[in-house]
Write a protein that binds this ligand. Sequence first.
Ligand code: UD1
Ligand code: UDP
Length: 379
Amino acid sequence: MRILTIVGARPQIIKAAALSRAIRTWFSGQIEETILHTGQHYDQNMSQVFFDELGIPAADINLQIGSASHGKQTALMLQGIEAEMEKNRPDFLVLYGDTNSTLAGAIAGAKMRIPIVHIEAGLRSFNKSMPEEINRIMCDHASTLLFVPTNAGIKNLRNEGFRIESGAPYSIDNPGVFHSGDIMFDNLLHFSSVAEEKSDILSRLQLQDNNFVLCTVHRDNNTDDPERLSAIFSAMQDISEKHSTRVVIPLHPRTAKLLPSKLQGGLYELISKNENISIIEPVSYLEMILLEKHCSQILTDSGGVQKEAYFFKKPLIIARPETEWVEIVDNGAGIIADANREKICNAYEYFTTASLTFPQVFGDGNAARFICETMLQNL
Ligand code: UD1
Ligand code: UDP
């Protein structure tokens, strides 16, 4: 079986590591993987670092599309992916998540009648002003095999008319929906102990176990809106001052570029002078999971980081108006605080004393192997 995997953005490269590892470990004689990198992310610390650290084979093709408007970026990717599949037609096109690289792959695959495998299918925010919501709906509806991490995802697809019990043979008109668990959980189980040995980030940043807040911000509705971005950073300023706690922010390049001009009322200068707030470059995956494992709480608008907070049993403050990972909130381990300074601070205070439980809702860490087996059974 020949598969073509499309990656482009940081989280997709990380997710692809789990599938490549499963292929190498159990299916090397049966599955031949080609990796196409669209080049959506291109900084060393947004792309290459993950290939090096997570043992992903070098991308066979890099389209080097880079940053552009949604239309231009997606169109250039579509053109490049189509050209590659005209040369080498795969049995399955494997797509991850909900980025523009996912959307470009979905359109190319559907038009060329190449069966699409969508990993992380079924998630919905029910907020179509998010570019990701458009991308994931389009991709799900163009897919042949849909691998869904959670029960909520299965329910969402059922509500959109997917017949979950429909049997093989599967096609774009009779898609197969599978509850696979979350492929990011596979990675975390695999790399968690490796990270302890390989990274010294805690001592480098002089962080104490369970005594700092980890924060990431990159959603366009937060980065591009001065009020929202200022509310999130004011909350971090408040928390660091009131509770004398460290706040560590590995900052996405999108946010780093916008921060000086978007923060209002001298907040940028205040944050820059605050010795308890460390704004650092994006970190590697092993460094990131070590920060997650040893922090006290996580404040984020990232999809992946929300889940990793739960995997590490950390209280989660969600800097978004809603989440696709509803199980985390339903279980009381996450609070939707949106970009609201007061709600973020209140959530932090609540979590300093709350006792939380983390039932297993993201599968058992064997998603990648299950996905490979299911693809082989449905070739
Ligand atoms: C993209 C995805 C988002 C995902 C995120 C993961 C879309 C529409 N968005 O958002 O779903 O959560 O990746 O991180 O696909 N930039 C750099 N260096 C890089 C990459 C980006 O400086 O290596 C800067 C550029 O200024 C660029 C901006 O970040 O314009 C945004 O990059 P882009 O890939 O368009 O979107 P993300 O915000 O990264
Ligand atoms: N991540 C990382 N370094 C960082 C920030 C995040 O390795 O500095 C990892 C994080 O552990 C998770 C993934 O990147 O596995 C999440 O990606 P991101 O937040 O960029 O995108 P999203 O999941 O929101 O699409």
